[in-house]
Design a protein around this ligand. Sequence first.
Ligand code: NI
Length: 162
Amino acid sequence: MVMRALCRFPGDPVLRQKAKRVSSIDGSIQRLIDDMVETMQQTNGVGLAAPQVGVPLRVVVLQMPGEEPVAIINPEIVKRAGKREVTEGCLSIAGYAGEINRSVSVTVKGWDRQGKPTRVKATGLMAQTLEHELDHLNGVLYIDHLESQDKLHKVEAGTGEM
Ligand code: NI
């Protein structure tokens, strides 16, 4: 597993592109997943989307505190419920955090790292992270959801970014 360089907003246009569906699982996709997990762990993140390491494919990884990493390929949100205000930071926008609204729970379907259909139902931080990473696949960043610039502040680079 190799740590990959993180793309940063606003310098890297890949962060604003719509990522492409993965058509089939092969060794390069599994290597990408392994490298994304390594990169997420080295940066103390809770989630990472492939465009954040410069790969415009629909692949995300997540790791909730104390749990094993999860990869989802070609993820789609099939259900969302509730709304709550959260504080969010992105590994690609270092040194900032903002308050935005996210769903309380989401259901996501996609493929696991072997290409088998998978369905994940999540609440709280995991639901927030899934929405954040799926936004990345569509070129959307959390700052796009800010109601005003007052909701964005500078923070020390930390943990729990996504
Ligand atoms: Ni992010």
